[in-house]
Write a protein that binds this ligand. Structure first.
Ligand code: ATP
Ligand code: MG
Length: 184
């Protein structure tokens, strides 16, 4: 066991956290932090980039943790159509503007930008702009960025970076279908 770090509530520092890598668990780890923060009565905002809707398990849990957790899928009210890159770029922009406003408001103590790394990989948003936004966020706000292939510059500026490494996945050679509560 690692030694526990000292705790001092006066030394509050909003962390930039990155969950990346090929293995499963990037988003669920971010949602785990959201649950932990909500347990302290901290306000959490979660924006899901890339995917249209939440999986049922997440959506229902977030609803139960309201008002501590507020979660918005990018597909909410916007059309997400991977056949149309222009439209996807516009959708990513709208989602980012909402997330940015929540982040900059300082009202949320934890902001999760789920799958933002995909948006950056696909160049749906300019990397520099997203990184600048993270740099200028209110000092007390923690931010989590998830998704494979986190940009190098994001990794450099982050305080906490974890790479999920696949050792086994049930979808692979084992051919086990998606399980309720694990995948959705
Ligand atoms: P989760 O949402 O379960 O935490 P994740 O955020 O790490 O997963 P994503 O890249 O967002 O992973 O992909 C989400 C979906 O893809 C999940 O259903 C997950 O099980 C599946 N997945 C993730 N990693 C792998 C993998 N290495 N092989 C096959 N499927 C995977
Ligand atoms: Mg994910």
């Amino acid at each position: 066991m690692k030694k526990r770090p000292p705790t001092d509530p006066r030394k509050r520092k909003g962390l930039i956290i990155v969950n990346t890598g090929e293995g499963k668990g990037k988003s669920t780890a971010a949602f785990g932090l959201a649950v932990r923060a909500a347990g302290h009565g901290m306000k959490v905002f979660i924006m899901q980039f890339m995917k249209g809707q939440w999986k049922a398990g997440e959506r229902n849990s977030f609803a139960r943790l309201s008002p501590y957790i507020e979660a918005v899928p990018m597909g909410d009210g916007f059309t997400w159509d991977t056949q149309n890159p222009e439209q996807d770029r516009a959708t990513a922009r709208k989602a980012f503007e909402i997330a940015k406003e929540k982040l900059m408001s300082g009202e949320y103590e934890l902001v999760v930008l789920d799958e933002i790394n995909y948006v950056l990989n696909y160049r749906f948003l300019p990397e520099d702009e997203v990184l600048e936004t993270l740099k200028s966020k209110p000092a007390h706000v923690h931010v989590v960025c998830t998704g494979r292939n986190a940009p190098e510059k994001l990794i450099e500026m982050a305080d906490l970076v974890t790479e999920m490494r696949i050792v086994k996945h049930p979808f692979g050679e084992q051919g086990i279908p998606a399980q309720k509560g694990i995948e959705f």
